[in-house]
Structures are given as C-alpha cells and as structure tokens.
Write a protein that binds this ligand. Structure first.
Ligand SMILES: Cc1cc2nc3c(=O)[nH]c(=O)nc-3n(C[C@H](O)[C@H](O)[C@H](O)COP(=O)(O)O)c2cc1C
Length: 184
C-alpha cells in the first residue's frame, strides 16, 4: 500500500489519446466506494470529453482573459492544461441546507472519492491531476454554470486525466510524520 501511495503523482502532461469509456467507468466506480458520513454519497461527476471539452475551453479562456488581461503569454500557457488534456471529470459535493457540519463532511467524503480515483488512475496506467486553481475553476462560477450544477452542489475538483506523456521519476519530498505528529 505504501508503495502505491508513493507512486501516485500529479501528472500534468498527457498524450493526445482518448481514454477508453471502460477505464472512465472504472475510475467512477472506484470513487463510489469512498467512505461517507451517513451514506449520503454526496458526489456527482461531470465527464467532459470531445465536444463538451472543446466548449469548456471557451469558458476557461474567458476566465483567464478577464483575470489576466495584460498577460497573453500566461493565458496561452495556462490554456494548455485544458487543450492538452483528453478527459476532464468535474466532481461536486452536495450542500446540506442549514447544516454546515454535514456540508463540510460531504466535502471530506468527496475528497476521499477523488483520492480513490487518483490511485485507480495510476493502477489503470493513467495520469491525473486534481486542479482547483486557474483553469480548474473550482472557486469561480463559470464552470459551475457550464456543467449545469445545481445551487445545492459545490465544486471540489476538476480532474485532468489522460495517458501520461512521461513517467515522473523525481521524488517530491515529504516532511517526516514525526514533525507533524503529537503523541498524547
Ligand atoms: C485540493 C488540491 C488542489 C490542487 N490544485 C491544483 C491546481 O490547481 N493546479 C495544479 O497544477 N495542481 C494542483 N494540485 C496538485 C498538487 O499541486 C500536487 O498534488 C502537489 O504538488 C503534490 O505533488 P504530487 O501529487 O505529485 O505528490 C492540487 C491538489 C489538491 C489536493
């Protein structure tokens, strides 16, 4: 298990090759086994490929051009995260009206589901990165509107997925747990 956890990495460069439907369904199935409070199963998945992904490009471009009106190079390079990704899955979490605690717990559950998808992706020979910032558009309204999510859903992750262009071999060093742990 530790080996699998160490092997999981954020992959941002993909081959120009579609991800098979069967593999996408395996990712989604993996997500549904995540732990979740009171079995609310608070996740919803929006799969963007082909035409819908092309339409999302426009949403991302509009956002970047408004956010960085004088930085066309930055806009162009940031757009590659969309234009060079064959598959995007946007994951939302249910908002529980009048219950902030349950709403937060739902986000925890959805985060667990995304982690399951990330490990599953690795197992299927796919690469993935969980994006929130920039073209991840998790904290903006544009993507929420584009996918047609309801007002009782909040975006948690924009998952960019594909066959990895290269294997990441560099280690991303972690702080030892001893520095992050208080034994009481
Ligand atoms: C909640 C969350 C949001 C993230 N948002 C972004 C993002 O917007 N853009 C990005 O390139 N990577 C994003 N990442 C990926 C992290 O940068 C990456 O996981 C981190 O650098 C550790 O590298 P590793 O996943 O290869 O171990 C995000 C990860 C998490 C968990």
């Amino acid at each position: 298990m530790l080996e699998a956890l160490k092997k999981r990495r954020a992959v941002r460069q993909f081959e120009a090759r579609d991800v098979e439907r069967e593999k996408i369904e395996q990712l989604l199935e993996a997500a549904t086994y995540a732990p979740n409070d009171r079995m609310r199963e608070p996740w919803h998945f929006y799969v963007l490929q082909g035409d819908s992904l092309k339409r999302y490009e426009k949403v991302a471009l509009d956002y970047l051009q408004k956010r960085f009106p004088t930085k066309s190079n930055l806009v162009q390079s940031s757009m590659e995260a969309v234009t060079k990704t064959p598959l995007i899955i946007v994951v939302t979490s249910a908002i529980v009206d009048g219950d902030e605690g349950a709403t937060i717990d739902n986000t925890f559950a959805v985060s667990s589901a995304i982690m399951s998808m990330w490990l599953m992706a690795e197992k299927l020979g796919l690469g993935m990165v969980w994006r929130t910032r920039g073209v991840g558009l998790v904290h903006e309204s544009g993507l929420h509107e584009f996918i047609g999510a309801s007002h009782t859903e909040q975006l948690v992750g924009t998952l960019c997925i594909g066959y990895p262009e290269e294997q990441i071999t560099t280690e991303k060093k972690r702080t030892p747990f001893s520095e992050k742990t208080t034994w009481l």
